[in-house]
Design a protein around this ligand. Structure first.
Ligand SMILES: Cc1cc2nc3c(=O)[nH]c(=O)nc-3n(C[C@H](O)[C@H](O)[C@H](O)COP(=O)(O)OP(=O)(O)OC[C@H]3O[C@@H](n4cnc5c(N)ncnc54)[C@H](O)[C@@H]3O)c2cc1C
Length: 400
């Protein structure tokens, strides 16, 4: 009997798994059928979005380095015609007890897909339709990039709200391109005293603050946006952004004036199609995921990458999880068993401040700027992005 493996999501986790199953597993399992479901018809390298949303720069990145059509990638595999299907649509409702998922197709219709095994790899999205991650469809992502470029081009002052990795990297790109040379005023707001996450060493976070300030970015810590409006009386169209700043236990209100306010916080897991019983109680919106990378309650549902609650939402962990599943998928098919995935609590982190500088952390050690520039900052991965779906992070080393 045919075993249908349905993969939801064609991002950094879902797409390499689909490649692996079609090219390596399907030839040994003629009863296997792989269905890849994604509303985004292109693989999107959002990791470089902080740079390519800038209107023009000497480091600008062409679209064919960050958007790659998905379906045609499978045409070369001998088994793809009979054992693979790409479905352009988004999971709308999962029925885990019936082994079915309702998919809202991009053409406006719906389809019920029955699975033997489901892999959920639907990742996260950002608030306000920001193109840091793939939006609903490739057209929507393209439109959001174009819109942001236009707004950045015409703004002389920009406030970036949120100083996680995305906010820091984006402020760094804006700083390197504009505030360092006095072309635009760039402000970065953080709800914490320092940028980046508290799980990082304080020295790494201090370095991030200093590097941004060297680029002319004004950093305001302990700050929270309360409201933003464009008063009708303002002929310039500038926004008035009210923030609260906490210092010495005292909260004060402050108003910033800027042409543009860009939020970079609030990444939300794309899991609204799943019943709430499958959600983690400790990690809002993320799905339960045990160390076999499965749902504890449903042994035929795997969860990979940012949608799962097991590890922080980073590509390094998505990559490790995918490798683990690739290694153990045949054993799962044969006997239903999957060896435990070992969670490595070691911090692996790297952020850039424009094309020339960066900082990182590996375990308890701070990684110097030059190394982060070499590994990440020069191209933000766009030199390897096109190869990622087929070979992953280590060029050619997906497990057999
Ligand atoms: C600016 C930026 C820089 C980053 N830099 C780094 C870095 O240097 N190192 C690092 O380790 N991590 C980095 N990350 C994090 C990294 O991008 C994520 O961890 C990674 O993309 C997670 O992969 P994923 O496949 O789980 O999810 P995603 O890449 O988000 O892919 C999800 C896929 O699911 C699809 N989808 C969404 N909803 C549905 C649905 N309902 N049905 C079907 N499909 C759906 C989407 O279209 C998409 O194709 C960065 C993130 C950002 C935003």
């Amino acid at each position: 009997m045919t075993k249908t493996i349905v993969i939801l999501g064609a991002g950094l986790a879902g797409l390499p798994l689909a490649h692996h199953l079609v090219s390596r597993t399907a030839p040994n399992h003629p009863d296997l059928r792989i269905v890849l479901v994604s509303p985004h018809t292109h693989f999107y390298w959002g990791l470089a979005s902080v740079r390519f949303v800038l209107p023009t720069s000497e480091h600008s990145i062409p679209e064919d380095r960050y958007l790659f059509p998905i379906e045609s990638q499978f045409a070369g595999y001998p088994h793809s015609a009979s054992q693979f299907e790409f479905v352009a649509g988004a999971a709308k409702q999962l029925h885990p007890d019936q082994n079915t998922v309702t998919v809202a197709l991009n053409d406006g219709t719906e389809r019920q897909v029955v699975y033997h095994t489901l892999v959920v790899a639907t990742g996260t999205s950002y608030v306000d339709g920001a193109p840091w991650k793939a939006l609903g469809s490739a057209e929507e992502t393209r439109a959001a990039i174009a819109d942001l470029r236009t707004k950045i081009a015409s703004a002389s002052s920009i406030v970036v709200a949120g100083a996680g990795a995305t906010g820091v990297e984006f402020a760094g790109e804006l700083g390197a391109a504009y505030s360092k040379s006095g072309k635009k005023k760039i402000t970065l707001l953080s709800t914490d005293v320092l940028p980046l996450e508290p799980r990082l060493k304080e020295s790494v976070r201090q370095t991030a603050k200093k590097e941004l300030e060297k680029l002319g970015v004004e950093y305001i810590g302990n700050a929270r946006v309360v409201s933003s409006s464009t008063p009708p009386s303002t002929s310039s169209g500038k926004k008035e952004i009210t923030i609260t700043v906490t210092s010495g236990g005292k909260e004060t209100s402050k108003t910033l004036t800027a042409d543009l306010l860009i939020p970079t916080y609030g990444a939300k897991p794309n899991t609204s199609f799943a019943p709430s019983s499958l959600l983690s109680p400790s990690s809002p919106g993320r799905l339960l995921q045990d160390t076999t990378l499965r749902m504890p309650s449903h042994r035929n549902i795997f969860v990979l990458g940012d949608a799962g609650a097991l590890e922080p939402p980073q590509a390094v962990y998505a990559d490790r999880q995918v490798r683990h599943l690739m290694t153990h998928f045949s054993s799962y098919l044969l006997s239903g068993t999957v060896a435990p995935y070992i969670v490595d609590p070691k911090v692996m982190y790297g952020v850039t401040f424009g094309p020339s500088r960066g900082v990182g952390q590996m375990g308890g050690f701070q990684i110097p700027s030059l190394l982060i520039w070499w590994i990440k900052g020069r191209y933000l991965g766009t030199d390897r992005a096109g190869n990622w779906p087929a070979v992953g992070s280590t060029n050619g080393a997906w497990p057999k």
